[in-house]
Design a binder for this molecule. Sequence first.
Ligand code: FAD
Length: 108
Amino acid sequence: PPDVEQLGRATWTFLHTTAAYYPDRPTPRQKANMYSLLSSLPILYPCTHCAADLGENVKSHPPDVSGRVGLSRWLCERHNEVNEKLGKPIFDCSIKKTDERWKDGPSD
Ligand code: FAD
């Protein structure tokens, strides 16, 4: 079976970075593809219990693919639900903090 921790770090890096660089005004095609990518995770993510929990989580919070600010927040909130379950620190989901971590780096 895969290393759930390493897989998790790699997947969050991919997802948060992709959200940070998602357009402010995505085309209908970009929105549809992002929706499809996120909807696929509960089906394909190779940590079965993670995928099942994520499926429940996404069912009650459908992906916000409207633009990068909404998407970054949506993803941060989903990640926080996992953090909470695992007893990890909760992340500040403001765009300032998610951009600092996943796009711009610290300002100083
Ligand atoms: P990670 O949680 O991997 O985070 C990496 C970095 O992201 C952090 O160092 C921090 O800088 C930043 N970060 C933290 N929180 C946020 C946030 N909310 N928004 C933006 N950035 C943030 N593991 C399990 O044991 N059980 C599960 O059910 C489970 N479900 C998962 C579901 C998904 C969809 C994914 C992608 C992973 C899941 N994992 C699960 C793995 C788990 O989330 C962690 O990736 C893993 O435990 C390693 O944790 P970490 O402390 O290295 O930091």
